[in-house]
Design a protein around this ligand. Structure first.
Ligand SMILES: Nc1ncnc2c1ncn2[C@@H]1O[C@H](COP(=O)(O)OP(=O)(O)OP(=O)(O)O)[C@@H](O)[C@H]1O
Length: 584
């Protein structure tokens, strides 16, 4: 009613509702039954009053009263069933919406996540869907019942008295038109308020996650000032929203009082000029008007919630409609276990308005060879790895895998063939086993222990208090950075990927542990195409090829041995100068 769904929103809601059509149809039947009972039972009051006035026997009056009571009890039972069906369908629908939003969120590309903080996404996935839940479980049912009830009451009043029928019809139409128009009045400020609120949640989430750096660099005062500024802005939009909603609700209340006054006045005038209406009929019309006012009143009271739902639906639609910048149309599958990689004149910028991070990058890695990727900080090494993993696609050029543009492969299966160990390792609250298998139940403990053994990490594993059941806290807060990297290694070894990217994977491991797993890394790299991004020359000295990036361009690419023996190469200079030139 006050939610004007546009085509996209309607399609969005319809898609979810259609799945539960059988239950919704049943619900509609109960709604009709409930309305019929609501309309029919007051007739017994009219009959009771008219019979009492006509001096009918007490037994007849008692029967009428009992019938009225019986219908009231049945109506309550119908209401309970309606509520049960509604809450059941609502939870099923909103859980599906939550899952879809979460799935989308996990698949969004880098540019999306750069713009939206995790906190904002929490607010959108949980907060917005919570509002939809309230709407479906309470308002939607009320709205459908209310509108149907209004129509039925107007029809019945027409039937009772033609003149009063016209009066009530005119009042109802005016009321609904006014309420609908008023509904739009607050919608923009509510949307602004919700966006501000999500932004504030995102801010809190980000600052709490970075609390250690904030404390270490004494940024508490700045953080609190920024938070206060956000709260002030939130309060401003909240005030604007409250003001507009206040106007809407008060206008609505005045309008409803007018409806009652005009109806009573009309009945009074009618009774004065034409005594055709009995006391019972007058009471009946009055009773129907009070029933009519209940839905109108609840619509006025819930107008602000409905606007929140409207805004929430817009935001959910926006999230689900976001197609991202990664091409997902590819359907091919990587069949060959040996993978060659070719960067063919690849240029990339993260956003149209940002600087070019990679410029015309071309090189080719034959299947099952390893490449050491070197370059100063910010030269584009991690970006190159992200492009290979297809977290984003290049604006120019192509990345060919076994001769085929990587965009032609089905995204999920393509990504599954690449393993990455990066500088930042995500660990989740749960057991060590869950963090290694990433919740894949089919992986047995024996397989995990075997991998740990192959990696030469048995000593470390033995130090874990409860073996694979050892509890890992959120973000791996009870582990050292090095231990987190060991888990990441085990994780990726277990996946057995065909392309392996180690993005400064050993940066947090101490030299002794690094030496210990060097052999294991060598085993893992065998029969795989690998890219090793490193800040330490020692990490990449055994690779087949070396690629040196400078400000996003290829400075040199050749076999590592050739570069090492070429005194004019940047690589050999780097060896001579202990790497100072590249990392200065
Ligand atoms: N998500 C992002 N959004 C926008 N710009 C980014 C993003 N990630 C990196 N950049 C920019 O891209 C450039 C290259 O970054 P990249 O992380 O690829 O460099 P790198 O060579 O891996 O650096 P490091 O050795 O420090 O890890 C930098 O200028 C950086 O500011």
């Amino acid at each position: 009613m006050f939610i004007r769904l546009d085509r996209a929103q309607f399609k969005f809601m319809y898609g979810y509702l259609y799945t539960h059509r059988a239950q919704l149809l049943l619900l509609l039947l109960f709604i009709f039954g409930n309305i019929a009972l609501q309309i029919y039972s007051p007739l017994y009051i009219q009959r009771f009053l008219d019979s009492a006035q006509a001096g009918k026997a007490a037994a007849e009056l008692l029967t009428i009263a009992l019938f009225f009571l019986g219908l009231t009890v049945i109506r309550q039972l119908v209401t309970i069933v309606m509520q049960f069906i509604t809450s059941d369908v609502t939870w099923k629908i909103t859980n599906k919406v939550r899952l879809d939003l979460m799935r989308q969120c996990l698949n969004y590309d880098l540019s999306f996540h750069s713009r939206h903080t995790p906190g904002e996404m929490v607010e959108r996935i949980d907060g917005d869907v919570g509002k939809l839940n309230n709407f479906l479980s309470a308002f939607a049912l009320k709205m459908i019942s209310n509108n149907l009830l209004i129509v039925c009451i107007v029809v019945v009043i027409f039937y009772i008295n033609l003149y009063m029928g016209f009066v009530v019809l005119a009042l109802s139409i005016t009321g609904l038109v006014v309420l609908t128009r008023m509904g739009k009045f607050g919608s923009k400020t509510i949307r602004n308020y919700m966006a501000d609120s999500a932004d504030t949640v995102g801010f809190i989430d980000e600052r709490i996650a970075g609390r250690e750096d904030i404390r270490a660099f004494k940024a508490e005062t700045y953080t609190l000032h920024s938070y206060y500024a956000k709260l002030k802005s939130l309060y401003r939009t909240r005030k604007q929203t409250g003001f507009r909603i206040g106007i809407v609700i008060n206008t609505g209340e005045v309008m409803l009082a007018l409806v009652l006054a005009v109806t009573l006045l009309s009945m009074g005038l009618l009774h004065l000029h034409n005594k055709a209406m009995s006391i019972g009929t007058i009471f009946l019309i009055y009773y129907y008007i009070t029933i009519l006012l209940i839905p109108l009143k609840s619509m006025v009271a819930e107008i602000s919630d409905l606007q929140y739902v409207h805004a929430a639906l817009l935001r959910m639609n926006e999230l689900l409609d976001y197609t991202g910048k990664v091409d997902t149309s590819g359907r091919a599958h990587l069949m060959d276990p040996a993978i060659s990689i070719q960067f063919d004149h690849v240029s990339f910028r993260y956003d149209d308005d940002q600087h070019q991070v990679l410029r015309n990058v071309s090189f080719q890695i034959p299947a099952n060879k390893t490449v050491g990727l070197l370059g100063k900080t910010g030269s584009g090494k991690s970006t190159l790895a992200r492009l290979l993993f297809r977290m984003c696609d290049p604006q120019e050029g192509a990345i060919r895998i076994n001769g085929t543009d990587s965009r032609e492969y089905a995204l999920d299966s393509f990504r599954a063939s690449i393993g990455i160990v990066s500088q930042s390792i995500e660990l989740f609250a749960g057991s060590l086993r869950d963090n290694i298998t990433m919740y894949k139940d089919h992986i047995t403990d024996e397989q995990i222990v075997q991998i740990i053994d192959r990696l030469g990490l048995c000593d470390w594993f033995r130090s874990m208090a409860d073996g694979l059941d050892t509890r890992i806290e959120r973000d791996g807060s009870n582990l050292s950075g090095g231990e987190a990297q060991l888990i990441a290694f085990t994780r990726v070894f277990l996946c057995n990927p065909r392309i392996l990217i180690l993005d400064e994977a050993t940066s947090r491991i101490d030299p002794i542990t690094e030496r210990r797993i060097e052999k294991a890394i060598a085993v893992l790299m065998k029969n795989r195409t690998c890219i090793i991004i490193a800040h330490r020359l020692s990490t990449v000295r055994n690779t087949d090829y070396t690629l040196v990036l400078q400000e996003g361009s290829v400075l040199e690419f050749d076999e590592t041995g050739c570069l090492a023996h070429n005194p004019s190469s940047a690589y050999s200079r780097m060896i001579r100068e202990g790497g100072s030139e590249l990392y200065a």
